[in-house]
Design a protein around this ligand. Structure first.
Ligand code: TXA
Ligand code: MG
Length: 345
C-alpha cells in the first residue's frame, strides 16, 4: 500500500517529514516534490535502497541518477575537484533547476547511482519540501523523476500515484510543481561545458555566468554513437496514442482535424487557450499563446490527460526554441518521436 501525505513547510507536518526520513534511513524509497517534477528518492550511499528506485520505475540500470543535496557545502563530500565555473553556477542558480555533472570521488556513492560512470550529477532543488527533507535527513538523495520509465514525468502527486501505486511506501504531496519539466543537465567535465538536457536554466542564462556552453543539435546527438546522458537514448514522455507536432496555425490545424476525423480518428489537441474554438474531440490548453512558463508547467499534465481520453491521435502545437522553449521542444520532440503532422504518411 502506498501512503500519500499532504505536506507544506509548516511545523504541523513534522510527522510526515519524520516518517519520510525514517523510511529513507531504513533503505526505502520516498516520492517528494521538487520545483521541476516529483522525484523518487533513496539515500544515495545505500546501494540496495537505490536499486529499489530502478525496480519501482522499471528503469534500465545503465541510466545514472541525479544526486540531490540540501546545501552547497556538501558538494565537496562527493566531488574530487570542484571546477571554478561550477562554483559560479552553484552560487547563481542553486537552489534551482540545474544539475551539474562533475568527477565523483571514488567509493562514496552507491555504484547504481553512477551506473559505472566516473562522474555524478548534483543538484540542490528549489522547493521548500525537498529542501526541508534533505536538510533534516542530512544525507544525499538519489532521485530520478517519480514516473514509470517511458511515461511523462509527474508534476502532481496524483501522477506519482497513478504510476507507482503499491510499488512504493510513501508520497509526500506538496501540490503541483512549478516549472513542470526536468532540470537542465550540464556537463562541466569538458571544455566548453555541454548541455546534456535542456531545462529551466537556459543556455542564455548559463552563458551570462560562465561564457560559451554547447547545446548539441539533434543531428549532432545522432552522430554521437555513445550518448553522454545515457537517458537520452530511451523513449520518453510518451502517452498511449501517437503524438504529432504541428505548427500553430489555426487553418492548418482545422484542416488536419477534419482529415483525421474523416479517417475515423478521435483527435486530442494541445494548443494555446485561444485555440479552443477549433473542433477537436479533446482540447488541452497550454495557457496564453507564447507564454512558455505556462506551457512547460502544463505540458506533462496534458500529455497524461490524453491517456484518460479515447483519443487515437494527439496533435501538439510547438513553440520557438528561444529561452525555455529549447527545453519544451526537446520534450515535445521526444513525446512525438520527432513525428510532424505535415510529414505524416
Ligand atoms: O528535475 C530533475 O532533474 C528531476 C528531479 C526529480 O530532480 N530528476 C530527473 O532525473 O529528471 P532523471 O533520472 O529522470 O534524469 C536524469 C538525467 C538522465 O537523462 C541521466 O542520463 C542524466 O541525467 N545523468 C545523470 N547522471 C549523469 C552523469 N553522471 N553523466 C551524464 N548524464 C547523467
Ligand atoms: Mg525521468
Amino acid at each position: 500500500e502506498t501512503l500519500k501525505m499532504l505536506v507544506n513547510n509548516n511545523e504541523a507536518n513534522e510527522q510526515s517529514y519524520s516518517q519520510a526520513i525514517d523510511l529513507l534511513n531504513q533503505g526505502e524509497v520516498v516520492a517528494f516534490p521538487t520545483e521541476t517534477v516529483y522525484g523518487l528518492g533513496a539515500v544515495a550511499t545505500n546501494d540496495s535502497a537505490v536499486k529499489k528506485i530502478f525496480e519501482a520505475k522499471g528503469r534500465p540500470s545503465d541510466n545514472p541518477l541525479i544526486v540531490h543535496i540540501g546545501t552547497i557545502e556538501e558538494v565537496s563530500n562527493y566531488i574530487e575537484e570542484i571546477p571554478d565555473n561550477a562554483k559560479k553556477l552553484m552560487d547563481c542558480f542553486w537552489p534551482g533547476p540545474l544539475t551539474i555533472i562533475m568527477k565523483a570521488k571514488k567509493g562514496l556513492l552507491a555504484p547504481s547511482v553512477t551506473a559505472g560512470l566516473s562522474t555524478v550529477g548534483l543538484r540542490m532543488p528549489n522547493h521548500e519540501v525537498a529542501l526541508r527533507l534533505l536538510r533534516k535527513l542530512q544525507k544525499p538523495v538519489a532521485a530520478p523523476s517519480a514516473n514509470r520509465s517511458g511515461k511523462p514525468s509527474p508534476t502532481k502527486a496524483v501522477h506519482v500515484e497513478e504510476d507507482l501505486q503499491g510499488r512504493i511506501p510513501l508520497i509526500l504531496d506538496g501540490g503541483a510543481t512549478g516549472i513542470g519539466i526536468e532540470s537542465t543537465v550540464l556537463d562541466v567535465t569538458v571544455t566548453p561545458p555541454v548541455i546534456l538536457r535542456p531545462g529551466g536554466v537556459t543556455k542564455e542564462m548559463l552563458e551570462q555566468v560562465i561564457g560559451t556552453v554547447i547545446l548539441p543539435t539533434k543531428n549532432q546527438q545522432k552522430l554521437d554513437s555513445t550518448p553522454k546522458a545515457p537517458g537520452m537514448k530511451y523513449t520518453h514522455y510518451a502517452p498511449n496514442a501517437p503524438v504529432y507536432l504541428i505548427e500553430h496555425n489555426k487553418k492548418e490545424i482545422e484542416l488536419a482535424i477534419r482529415q483525421l476525423k474523416k479517417e475515423g480518428h478521435k483527435v486530442a489537441l494541445l494548443a494555446p487557450s485561444s485555440y479552443q474554438d477549433i473542433k477537436a474531440d479533446y482540447f488541452f490548453p497550454y495557457g496564453n499563446e507564447g507564454n512558455k512558463e505556462q506551457m512547460s508547467a502544463k505540458l506533462y499534465d496534458d500529455l497524461r490527460a490524453c491517456d484518460k481520453t479515447e483519443a487515437t491521435i494527439i496533435l501538439a502545437t510547438t513553440t520557438t526554441t528561444e529561452g525555455v522553449g529549447a527545453a519544451i521542444m526537446n520534450r515535445l520532440e521526444k513525446a512525438a518521436g520527432n513525428k510532424w503532422y505535415k510529414n505524416r504518411e
